[in-house]
Design a protein around this ligand. Structure first.
Ligand code: NAP
Ligand code: MG
Length: 397
């Protein structure tokens, strides 16, 4: 069979630990035999990030801006323990944070559904995609302990020196205060990324905030979403037969629980943090969650939502064969290949990605899977290691 030819390279961001091993196994078993794979390779493994003073991360993000589509392996975010484990020069920042800042993107997370692993919520039949705003609010806050009675105020000093002051509270005794912010530009980017992704995936989108209580702050989010929707997206949404709905966050939660799924749920930063874990857990497993970073100007970076699966890696180093679930990493590749095929007009490439996804799902639904899924599977499962699982997918493919 002749290999599928690509036009534009994918930006390939390699990573760390167990997922770095999976990365190579996936390429060898499921991609290289079928595709004349064109990638521009960036090694985001921690060792190489350290050698390049993390410049490789910045370069890979810039390449994503240039080419439009990237696929990323999970990477270690260094902490104190990693500093000594890898003898790092510095505690480098999270690569995902760096890439997100450069692409000004929004992260969309969606589960891969298979029959036999039922969501905890009985009514859910289709994936629920969570879009989390990744800037500001409580994640960039300033807090203060109030030791005693006194007056707390919010003060804004304009560039010309004019002050605007608002009373927060007249304290009669000790307490706490907190200041936080967001930016019109960041909220607008978030809104555009959400609307573009909704159009792209032909799914209705819900946005929930608390503008009845937070009339100015959350009200600003609501207003910017509305303004951008009306002026830039309404007619395209109508043509695509999808909707944009705003509702209060507590009403959004209730709607999500009684829904069938199959829509996007746009969340403010904190709501997205909390709700993405709730939705992921209720759908089954972290090893079945995919993630894509979308910039407001339509650049895509696909990855698995899970990390580098460290504990498995340490066992692998001791000589055990890999047993981690490669599904989310495979779907990162298929997502990227599909998008590349779409942008370059290579139908064969998009079709291949669809067939590969189907082969993965069929393999699991016929009972062959890794042990993390077998533990939740409702039928008779044949538990296999990573390589045997990939081989089973390849033979179906
Ligand atoms: P993790 O790598 O997602 O793993 C947490 C646990 O979930 C694993 O120990 C494993 O459970 C299970 N698991 C996750 N993915 C799995 C898979 N594909 N197959 C089977 N089991 C899977 O999270 P972590 O342990 O908190 O973080 C490890 C490293 O990853 C850290 O250095 C962190 O910085 C990094 N990280 C990177 C990203 C990213 O690049 N996007 C995201 C999160 C974390 P059992 O051990 O019980 O089998
Ligand atoms: Mg969280």
């Amino acid at each position: 069979m002749p290999k599928i030819i690509m036009k534009t390279p994918l930006v390939e961001m390699d990573g760390d630990e167990m997922t770095r091993i999976l990365w190579q196994m996936i390429k060898d078993t499921l991609l290289l035999p079928y595709i004349d794979l064109k990638t521009e390779y960036y090694d985001l493994g921690l060792k190489h990030r350290d050698e390049t003073d993390d410049d490789v991360t910045v370069k890979s993000a810039e390449a994503t801006k240039k080419y439009g589509v990237a696929v990323k392996c999970a990477t270690i975010t260094p902490n104190v323990q990693r500093m000594s484990e890898y003898s790092l020069k510095e505690m480098w920042k999270s690569p995902n944070g760096t890439i997100r800042a450069i692409l000004d993107g929004t992260v969309f997370r969606a589960p891969i559904l298979v029959k036999g692993v039922s969501p905890t919520v009985r009514t859910w039949k289709k994936p629920i995609t969570i879009a989390r705003h990744a800037y500001g609010d409580v994640y960039k806050n300033t807090e203060m302990l109030i030791p005693s009675a006194g007056k707390a105020e919010l003060v804004f000093t304009a560039e010309d020196g004019t002050k605007t002051t608002k009373l927060i509270h007249e304290f009669k005794g000790p307490g706490v205060i907190q200041g936080m912010h967001n930016l019109d530009s960041s909220i607008a980017s978030f809104a555009r990324a959400c609307f573009s992704f909704a159009l792209d995936s032909r799914q209705t989108i819900w946005f929930g905030a608390k503008d009845t209580i937070s009339k100015t702050y959350d009200g600003r989010f609501k207003a910017i979403f509305e303004e951008i929707f009306e002026s830039e997206y309404r007619s395209a949404f109508e043509k695509a037969g999808i909707e944009y709905n705003y509702t209060l966050i507590d009403d959004a939660v209730a709607r999500v629980i009684r829904s069938e799924g199959g829509f996007i749920w746009a969340c403010k930063n904190y709501d997205g943090d909390v709700m993405s874990d709730m939705v992921a857990t209720a759908f089954g497993s972290l090893s079945m969650m995919t993630s894509v970073l979308v910039s407001p100007d339509g650049k895509y970076e696909y990855e698995a939502a899970h990390g580098t699966v460290t504990r498995h890696y340490y066992r692998y180093l001791k000589g055990e064969k890999p047993v981690a679930n490669p599904m989310a990493t495979i779907f990162a590749w298929t997502g990227a290949l599909k998008k590349r095929g779409e942008l370059d007009g290579i139908q064969e490439l998009s079709d291949f990605a669809d067939r590969l996804e189907k082969a993965c799902i069929d393999t699991i639904e016929s009972g062959t899977m890794t042990k993390d899924l077998a533990a939740m599977y409702e039928g008779e499962a044949k538990t296999v290691g990573t390589q045997d699982f990939l081989d089973a997918i390849a033979s179906r493919l």
